[in-house]
Design a protein around this ligand. Structure first.
Ligand code: UFG
Length: 337
C-alpha cells in the first residue's frame, strides 16, 4: 500500500513510517516541521534504505495540500499532524481548534475529492475524560475532554463518525493511544520535544543525562499503589505496528472502527522511575510536587478488541521502552539536529 502520513516526521509518525516499510508498504510524508525536524528524513532514509517522498506542507493550507494529492496517488491516509501540548492548548485554545480541526477537515475533503477511502486517525485516551472505571474499553463513553487539545480529538472523532455515516465507502479507524514512550532501537528516532518536556519519559531521560537536576513528580497522594499517577505506557514501536495492522483491517471495508492501543497494564510514576534506573543503571533524583491540574488518577486500556480484530498486541514492556528512550537521549543529547 502507498500511505500518506501527515505528521510523518514526528515522534509517532516517523516510527510508523519505518513500520510501514518494514511491512512492505510505502509512505508519502506531509509535515510542516512545527514539532519535528527535517533531519528526521535523513534518519528515515538511513533506517529504511530509501528516502520516502516528503512534502513540507501545512495541512491547513488546502491549496498546497491539494497539490500533494494531485502528485501522489495513495491508497490510505494516517493522520498524525496536529498540535498536542495539553497546557499550551489551555493558553491558546483558538489556535488549537483552528489548526487541528482545519487540518482534519481539509484532509477529509481531499480524500473525498481524490477518491481515497481509508483513514487512520491518531486519537487519544483523553477522549474518555476522567475515567469512570479502568481498564477503559472502546465502548466506554466519550466524555468532554479536560482541555482544548483533548477536545479537538473528541471533535475530530465525531467529524469522522459523521463522515462515515454519510459515505458508506469510507473506512476509518480511530486509534486511541495511551502513553507512547521509547524510541527506535537504532537510537536514530525518539521523542524530541521543544523546550521543557511536558511528558514524563522525555523529562526522565533529560534528568538521566544531567540536562535537568531532578524530576518533578506531580502528586504522591493519589489512591494508587504508591500515591503517584498510573498510566498505560506503550512502546512507540508497538504503537507503530498497531497502525500497520489497522491498515490491513481497513482493507476489508469495515466502515468505522475504534481501537484502544495500549498494553493493558498500568504503571505508576515511581514504578517508571525505578524501571528506568534498573535497566539503565542511572539514578533519577526526584521531588514530589503538588498534583498537576487536569491529571487523572489512573488510566489504562483494555486492548482485547485490538488483539481480537487486528491480531495486534504490544510485545515490548516498560523496561524495553526505558532502555530505548535513554539510548536515543544519549545519542541525541540536544535532540535531533
Ligand atoms: N508526570 C510527572 N512529572 C512530569 C511529567 C509527568 O510526575 O514531569 C506524571 C503525570 O502527573 C502523570 C504521568 O506522569 O501521572 C504521565 O504524564 P504525561 O504528561 O507523560 O502523560 P499524560 O498521561 O498526562 O498525557 C498523555 C498524553 C496526552 C493525552 C493524555 C491522555 O501526553 O496527549 O495522555 O490520554 F491527552
Amino acid at each position: 500500500m502507498r500511505v500518506l502520513v501527515t505528521g510523518g516526521l514526528g515522534f509517532i509518525g516517523s516510527e510508523t513510517v519505518c513500520a510501514l516499510y518494514e511491512a512492505g508498504h510505502e509512505a508519502v510524508i506531509v509535515d510542516d516541521l512545527v514539532n519535528s525536524k527535517i533531519a528526521v528524513l535523513d534518519r528515515l532514509e538511513t533506517i529504511i534504505g530509501k528516502r520516502p517522498a516528503c512534502y513540507i506542507v501545512d495541512c491547513c493550507d488546502l491549496k498546497a495540500f491539494r497539490e500533494v494529492f494531485q502528485k501522489e496517488k495513495v491508497d490510505a491516509v494516517i493522520h498524525f499532524a496536529g498540535l498536542k501540548a495539553v497546557g499550551e492548548s489551555v493558553e491558546k485554545p483558538i489556535e488549537y481548534y483552528a489548526n487541528n480541526l482545519t487540518s482534519a477537515t481539509n484532509l477529509l475533503l481531499l480524500m473525498k475529492e481524490f477518491g481515497v477511502h481509508n483513514i487512520v486517525f491518531s486519537s487519544s485516551a483523553t477522549v474518555y475524560g476522567i475515567p469512570q472505571r479502568v481498564p477503559l474499553k472502546e465502548d466506554d463513553p466519550v466524555m468532554s475532554a479536560t482541555n482544548p487539545y483533548g477536545e479537538t480529538k473528541v471533535m475530530i472523532e465525531r467529524i469522522i463518525e459523521d463522515a462515515c455515516a454519510a459515505d458508506k465507502s469510507l473506512n476509518a479507524a480511530l486509534l486511541r493511544y495511551f502513553n507512547p514512550i521509547g524510541g527506535h532501537a537504532s537510537g536514530l528516532l525518539g521523542e524530541d520535544p521543544n523546550g521543557i518536556p511536558n511528558n514524563l519519559m522525555p523529562y526522565i531521560t533529560q534528568v538521566a543525562i544531567g540536562k535537568r537536576p531532578y524530576l518533578n513528580i506531580y502528586g504522591n497522594d493519589y489512591p494508587t499503589v504508591d500515591g503517584t499517577g498510573v498510566r498505560d505506557y506503550i512502546h512507540v514501536v508497538d504503537l507503530a505496528e498497531g497502525h500497520v495492522a489497522t491498515l490491513a483491517k481497513l482493507a476489508q471495508n469495515p466502515g468505522l472502527c475504534i481501537y484502544n492501543l495500549g498494553t493493558g497494564k498500568g504503571s505508576s510514576v515511581l514504578e517508571m522511575v525505578h524501571a528506568f534506573e534498573e535497566v539503565n543503571g542511572v539514578k533519577i533524583p526526584y521531588k514530589f510536587q503538588p498534583r498537576r491540574a487536569g491529571d487523572v488518577t489512573e488510566n489504562f486500556a483494555n486492548c482485547d478488541k485490538a488483539e481480537k480484530e487486528l491480531g495486534w498486541k504490544a510485545k515490548r514492556d516498560i523496561k524495553d521502552a526505558c532502555r530505548d528512550a535513554y539510548y536515543f537521549q544519549q545519542k541525541n543529547p540536544n535532540g535531533i539536529e
